[in-house]
Design a binder for this molecule. Structure first.
Ligand SMILES: [Zn+2]
Length: 138
């Protein structure tokens, strides 16, 4: 899936907007957090996306260089996603830091590609948006 190759879909919090149901759905799609003007829903007001530290330091992602890392907002988000969706923003951020964004995006592509049709598995729904195949637990 071409969209998963796009670095611009990895949000500052470590979320892959490319596997979000709001990005994948047909109607009223969200373009992802990096699109300031058109980002939808609660992400619009997210304090991570709008964090001054990121802007001041010109960091593309939350970083352990930040003295607040991981901040309360990030920890809460991370906990919710680990519990409900079996995905961790903090783990993603650590991988981005260690592997670099290029390798991270490549791994993400493998992680979320449907084995049946090559479509994208939605992190929220847990199945492929193109054919309905369920994600294999790994
Ligand atoms: Zn599929």
């Amino acid at each position: 899936m071409e969209s998963l190759n796009r670095f611009s879909l990895i949000a500052p919090c470590g979320m892959n907007c490319g596997v979000c149901m709001t990005y994948l759905r047909e109607k009223n799609k969200c373009p992802g957090c990096r699109d300031d003007k058109n980002v939808l829903g609660y992400c619009r007001k997210c304090i991570i996306k709008n964090c001054e530290k990121l802007k001041e330091n010109n960091w593309k992602f939350c970083s352990n260089k930040c003295e607040k890392f991981p901040c309360t907002r990030l920890k809460n988000l991370d906990k919710r996603y680990r519990t409900k969706y079996n995905m961790s923003m903090i783990e993603n951020l650590n991988n981005i830091e260690q592997l670099g964004i290029r390798a991270f995006v490549k791994n993400e592509k493998m992680r979320w590609s449907c084995s049946e049709c090559g479509g994208t598995i939605c992190v929220h729904k847990g199945y492929c948006y193109s054919c309905g195949e369920k994600k294999q637990q790994n």
